[in-house]
Design a protein around this ligand. Structure first.
Ligand SMILES: [Ca+2]
Length: 130
């Protein structure tokens, strides 16, 4: 009885694979997402900067589900995109001036994103803080 059940199961799995083409093959993502960073200049120390990643997109129409911002000064923030809502389109950050150095000082801000197919995209920009 058990053997028959297993055989029927095997036939059903085989039929499912035949019907769906090749359902066990990994999903191939046609396009990786493209990250984008925008912000207003000039940027000053001890003043909040608004970074905008809202122009980031997935060329094949997929959703961007994760974002990781690195501000280049040892600070970072990450967020998961809920469906239709992006909690890290805008992130704010304040570069804190240490010591008497007046700048300008160049930091590298980067944004790493992941789409719903698991592909990553990353971009970076230089922020001259004065
Ligand atoms: Ca994609």
């Amino acid at each position: 009885m058990k053997l028959i059940r297993l055989t029927i199961m095997g036939i059903m799995v085989a039929a499912a694979i035949m019907l769906t083409g090749c359902s066990l093959a990994p999903v191939v993502d046609p396009d990786a997402p493209v990250a984008s960073i925008a912000f207003d200049e000039p940027v000053f120390f001890d003043t909040e900067v608004l970074f905008n990643g809202g122009a980031s997109l997935d060329p094949d129409g997929g959703d961007i589900v994760y974002g990781y911002w690195d501000f280049g000064d040892g600070n970072s923030v990450e967020g998961e995109w809920a469906l239709g809502y992006n909690p890290v389109i805008y992130v704010s950050h304040t570069y804190v001036q240490t010591g008497s150095y007046t700048g300008p000082y160049a930091y590298t801000v980067s944004l790493l994103i992941r789409d719903d197919e698991g592909s990553f995209g990353r971009t970076e920009r230089t922020v001259n803080v004065r």
